[in-house]
Design a protein. Structure first.
Ligand code: AMP
Length: 177
């Protein structure tokens, strides 16, 4: 299928969700269109073919959807980064700032392969705050962050400055509303 698929047409845009002034880029419409979903996973496989990825860490919950088939196709471990209170084992956690208030995510430290190269995956990169906390968790657990992947990127929200020198890849970028 290569690069020819029109991914933009598969992404539902919902104005004023979850609140006024936000344009929400909804990936459920990608999942509902098998060609679009397969295109995303095929592109991920192509993009990271030579990147020596040892494991993939996915952010709850839409990150799970894209990271799971990727991990299965490559035959590499899948690590779930979850909201606080969901993981039953011993966890490492990180608090981070949201626009209003604070959030906390965590990971089973034992699931992160020590010294290995981990790709961190979410559906969409906005400010990059969530991904930054996720990369800090991966590092705190003893692995190396090989890169960050999001299906959608909103670079006008400055995620690159939030995420430092980590290589970031997205399949489609939107530049404001
Ligand atoms: P951030 O920490 O600001 O990068 O926010 C990332 C998380 O919020 C991702 O998991 C996204 O799913 C979600 N998100 C933020 N902004 C949007 C948006 N405009 N459309 C869809 N999802 C969004």
């Amino acid at each position: 299928m290569g690069n020819s698929f029109d991914l933009d047409s598969a992404i539902r845009k919902v104005p004023d969700f979850p609140k006024k002034g936000i344009l929400f880029y909804d990936i459920t419409s990608i999942l509902a269109e098998p060609r679009a979903f397969r295109y995303c996973i095929d592109r991920m496989i192509e993009l990271y073919a030579d990147a020596r990825i040892d494991a993939v860490a996915a952010i709850e919950s839409r990150g799970f959807v894209f990271a799971s088939p990727f991990a299965d196709r490559l035959g590499i471990p899948l690590i779930l980064i979850r909201k606080k209170g969901k993981l039953p084992g011993e966890t490492i956690s990180r608090k981070y700032q949201l626009e209003y208030g604070e959030a906390e995510i965590e990971v089973h430290g034992a699931d992160v392969p020590k010294g290995k190269r981990v790709l961190v995956v979410d559906d969409l990169i906005a400010t990059g705050g969530t991904l930054r906390a996720a990369t800090e968790l991966v590092v705190a657990a003893g692995a190396e962050v090989a890169g960050i992947f999001g299906v959608v990127g909103l670079p006008f929200l400055n995620y690159r400055s939030m995420l430092g020198s980590i290589p970031i890849t997205t399949l489609i970028e939107y530049h404001g509303e």
